[in-house]
Design a protein around this ligand. Sequence first.
Ligand SMILES: [Zn+2]
Length: 399
Amino acid sequence: MNLSKLDLWMQKQEHVTSLSRIEIEQIQFCKLNHLLAREKARGGFYKDLPEKLSSLRELSILPFTTESQLKNYGNQMLLLSQSKVDRIRTEETSGTTGKAKRLYYSAADNERTISFFAAGLSELVYPGEKTMICMPFSGPGGLGELIAEAICRLGAKPIPAGIQKSYGELLFLLDSEQPETFVGMPVPLLSLLRLSPTCSLKRALISADACPETVTDAVEAFLSSRLYPHYGSREMGLGGAVTCPAFSGMHLRENDIIAEIVDKSLKPVKDGEWGELVITTIQADAMPLIRYRTKDHARLLKKRCPCGSMIARLDTVTRLGEASKITKLDNEVFQIPQIIDYRATQTEEGLLIEGYKKGDCFALPDRLLGYPVIWKLCQVSKNHYPCYPAKRYLVKETK
Ligand SMILES: [Zn+2]
């Protein structure tokens, strides 16, 4: 089996010819101390932390950064002058209260992400092929734009589909462009494959949302190939960890990000145990974060991967708490092969499932996750849109 392309990318970025655990941790330790010195010199949000640590282990005694701190003190976390900021990503908020989360990136941050994307995508995107990108396009430095640039660098052609097209428009693109590969969220991919089982797609990288087992199995059966999951977030510069041909977890961009896993009492877990993922973005140029709690549930595999790489892997990442409900629901609902997509609302009486089906004659369960269910499904048409434009969630009934 070939060594993960990410391993080769990391060797090139760090000007080394091998990456043992000791070498990887040495890179992390140097960058962490460099970051702490930058914070002190710039008087940044983390200026009161020690200027230097004597070992990587000491990171675990530094305080955590929470989402609410990021919302309230984001400006202080910016280490560059505003003129050097290439792109700001502001989280859409549904309510009118509270501050929005804003993340800042420099041109160097975006270039690093493109280069990481190209390395990860090179496992499945080949020169001369076409890749359909169902991710948000939002102008220079946008996620879709960064992926498209990475695909161009691999000698392939990006097909920018975005996330606002109807099924009819998406099927037209599939049919007219005949892309071999797909980059996007898992459920919209399953919807497309259920609508057009014999389409041209052969391989896919999925990201931006949790991928329930049922969805993975169904998509892999359609494609006759394994899925390449990717994990990233705005906080880690969009690109974070990507699967290698061993399909045994996602190799983390460890030269740029230090990952820790902590238990419910926020103590580090033993190697290989599950808990909350905490990240420190040691390479971030514009807005580094130290011990940021992601609220994602994962575990870290540090033993050698079957591909030969010693870069740590993240096992399946799921969301914690209330947000995990929709994944459990997806696992149940998408077992029904006629379901194209749905939106779930938690009501006083139970669950309301509204969505699209293709064909008929299937039995629908009366209860899901222990709640009684009201089903409102209509036949899918070309004018329908995916039920969630971004991450899936359980809608709360408002009165
Ligand atoms: Zn591997």
